[in-house]
Ligand binder design. Structure first.
Ligand SMILES: [Zn+2]
Length: 197
């Protein structure tokens, strides 16, 4: 059944990461059986996120305002920036409640083979933020895999002239993994036990 409205929904859902054709079929039939308001509310949530969500002008976190709630929060430690690859990584670090500084989201990790060069990421924006002053430490929390390590090394070189403390989370994280899948205790320890680069 690949034609018509059902086939169309299956095709669209298959575009999502982690959703294979079988899952897309199952979800499509599930949606078909849902009350109309519930299905509409899913559709509207997708429309709303595309209309309203954008990246913070300062840190590239997801926000509905020009500047995100973390950058605007006067209770945050404004002299520390934690660098992550994706907005979802920021959420897992926030969930540990151990970190109270600011963030910088790179929107990816370096991977020259895939054409992801420094210019494609928000690296210049980070260097500019640090140059503006008031930052005493940058914590690099890119993923503990090849791309994340390459990115961390590049960042530490790029930030070196600023003469600030540069550290890397490390302790206990599974090598080759993604901080998104680390449990909160492990992640907390890896932030606490960060190593100066
Ligand atoms: Zn922000």
């Amino acid at each position: 059944m690949n034609n018509g409205v059902v086939g169309n929904l299956i095709n669209e859902l298959s575009k999502l990461p982690g959703i294979g054709r079988k899952t897309a079929q199952r979800l499509s039939f599930f949606i078909m059986g849902m009350p109309e308001e519930e299905a509409m509310s899913i559709a509207n949530a997708i429309i709303e996120i595309k209309k309203k969500a954008r990246f913070c002008r300062i840190c590239f976190n997801i926000t509905e305002e020009e500047v995100c709630s973390i950058c605007r929060d006067p209770r945050r430690n404004r002299d520390t920036i934690c660098v992550v690859e994706e907005p979802s990584n920021l959420i897992v670090i926030e969930n540990t409640k151990i970190y109270n500084g600011l963030y910088h989201v790179l929107l990816g990790a370096l991977s020259p083979i895939d054409g992801i060069t420094p210019e494609r990421l928000k690296i210049n924006e980070l260097v500019e933020r640090v140059k503006q002053g008031g930052i005493s430490e940058v914590i690099i929390a890119t993923n503990p895999n090849t791309k994340g390590e390459t990115t961390a090394q590049y960042l530490s070189q790029a930030l070196k002239p600023a003469g600030i403390k540069i550290s890397r989370i490390a302790y206990g994280l599974p090598i080759g993994g993604d901080i998104e899948f680390a449990d909160e205790v492990t992640l907390s320890k890896s932030i606490e036990g960060r190593k100066e680069l």
